[in-house]
Write a protein of this length. Structure first.
Length: 172
């Protein structure tokens, strides 16, 4: 019923709190679509993960920018978010609250997405259990490989693609 990439995103978001992997999984899924089929609600979910990643690292400016963008997208794409088994209204409210925390430069605290579909929650619980993980466990703030994950991976292809896209926009 739900795309595997989305289920993987939810797993990483709630079990190992690997927000960088959340970003990677959904971005790959999104990029597999033709440009005219790329739905913006996936970008909103990616931005939530990236925003939390930045917040956890203490990058308040990056977190604020990502979370504000995500909040706008989630608000506009409520029907698509609800179709993914989430409660878009609660999610927007949670993002608004997180934006206030980031603006005040309060420390990171783990966040769970508001899953509204009981069958989705059962599937997620089963995924966590089969991996011997705890759904909704707090992020390990002392795990440097998790907190600083982006510095440990080769992102040269992503950087090159961003540079290429910027150049295309400049050319008009």
């Amino acid at each position: 019923m739900y795309p595997k990439a989305y289920l993987d995103y939810l797993y990483h978001f709630h079990c190992d709190r690997d927000y960088f992997e959340c970003h990677e999984v959904l971005e790959e899924y999104w990029k597999e679509k033709d440009a005219d089929e790329r739905e913006i609600h996936w970008v909103g979910l990616i931005q939530i993960a990236v925003g939390l990643y930045h917040h956890r690292r203490g990058n308040f400016n990056g977190a604020l920018r990502m979370l504000q963008n995500a909040c706008r997208i989630i608000g506009k794409e409520a029907a698509a978010i609800n179709a993914l088994g989430l409660d878009s209204g609660r999610l927007v409210k949670m993002l608004d609250e997180r934006i206030v925390c980031v603006t005040k430069q309060e420390p990171y605290v783990s966040m769970n997405l508001p899953i509204a579909d009981p069958d989705l929650q059962l599937s997620c619980d089963a995924m966590a259990q089969s991996a011997s993980k705890v759904w909704g466990a707090s992020s390990d703030l002392l795990d440097g490989s998790l907190v600083n994950r982006h510095t440990l991976r080769d992102r040269s292809d992503v950087i090159e693609e961003r540079r290429r896209q910027l150049e295309l926009r400049r050319k008009g």
